[in-house]
Design a binder for this molecule. Structure first.
Ligand SMILES: NC(=O)c1ccc[n+]([C@@H]2O[C@H](COP(=O)([O-])OP(=O)(O)OC[C@H]3O[C@@H](n4cnc5c(N)ncnc54)[C@H](O)[C@@H]3O)[C@@H](O)[C@H]2O)c1
Length: 259
């Protein structure tokens, strides 16, 4: 087991891809804090993880609220004694109101999907600094690279590629600047940019024809399932990636070929 003895905080862990991350961490021996606005689903996910033999707690908090996240981190340390991994996966995605183009709403998306990453990192950083170790994994998206999506520009209007894509581009930037700042404490910061992944959220948000186009643009000619992202998140959480920091890994069946 590659994460035995480690403690992982997974934001947006109640459902979808975040839940798959939690299940992957449980299989690798980690204790898990499931953090999500969706209280009932977070509790159900934590209960399922415990049933599978893992240690797990649920925390119904808002990743954009520093006081709530600080209280969550303190509770995780009380319960499990340390924090080794933070996966910044929560985002307004399934819950996106595609019709709302008001400035106020765009600010809300940036607040949760971009600044939420900073808020959560600040909440867990004191524990990681004390331990002189930690791995922060930020979830970006192929939407951060609109020039590589392989779609006509007109189609980009129908996927959440403006405030959402801007936030996910900022995630790549934060990943580099955080990695530079926190490396002195042996805290690593990396990101994953998933391609179109067939979570319940994607089925709701991304129109079928766009999914087909993205599939056609992928070198491997397919979309992802949430389970396809688990190996990469476990790798970044584990000591197997001990000398990697500041990197964004594109896991998208070969659409955005970075580097
Ligand atoms: N599904 C895809 O195709 C895809 C592709 C690239 C990146 N992503 C990213 O992967 C992550 C997970 O995506 P998903 O498909 O599972 O979507 P999802 O909408 O099902 O999951 C997001 C989770 O975050 C939670 N959340 C939202 N706002 C929150 C807040 N303020 N505080 C706490 N929790 C909050 C939601 O309740 C939800 O459980 C997101 O960051 C998404 O942007 C998804």
């Amino acid at each position: 087991m590659r994460l035995a003895g480690k403690v992982a905080v997974v934001t947006g862990g109640a459902q979808g891809i975040g839940r798959a991350y939690c299940e992957g961490f449980a299989r690798e021996g980690a204790a898990i804090a499931v953090v999500d606005l969706r209280r009932e689903q977070a509790e159900a996910t934590a209960a399922a993880l415990r049933e599978a033999g893992a240690r797990a707690t649920a925390h119904a908090v808002n990743v954009a609220d520093q006081a709530e996240m600080d209280a969550m981190a303190a509770a995780v340390e009380r319960e499990f004694g340390r924090i080794d991994v933070l996966v910044n996966n929560a985002a307004i995605y399934q819950d996106m109101d595609m019709g709302d183009q008001s400035l106020e709403y765009l600010r809300r998306i940036l607040d949760v999907n971009l600044l939420g990453i900073l808020v959560c990192a600040r909440a867990v950083f004191p524990a990681m600094k004390r331990q002189r170790s930690g791995s922060i994994i930020n979830i970006s998206s192929g939407a951060a690279y609109p020039d590589r999506l392989g779609m006509p520009a007109r189609d980009l209007e129908t996927v959440p590629s403006f405030a959402y894509g801007l936030a996910k581009s900022g995630v790549v930037y934060y990943t580099k600047t955080m990695a530079r700042a926190l490396g002195q404490y042996n805290v690593r910061v990396n990101a994953i940019a998933p391609g179109v992944t067939m979570s319940e959220a994607t089925r709701k948000v991304v129109p079928g024809p766009i999914v087909e186009r993205l599939k056609a643009a992928a070198a491997l000619g397919r979309t992802l399932e949430p389970a396809d992202l688990v190996g990469t998140v476990v790798f970044l959480a584990s000591d197997d990636s001990a000398l990697m920091t500041g990197q964004t890994l594109s896991v998208d069946a070969g659409v955005a070929m970075l580097g």
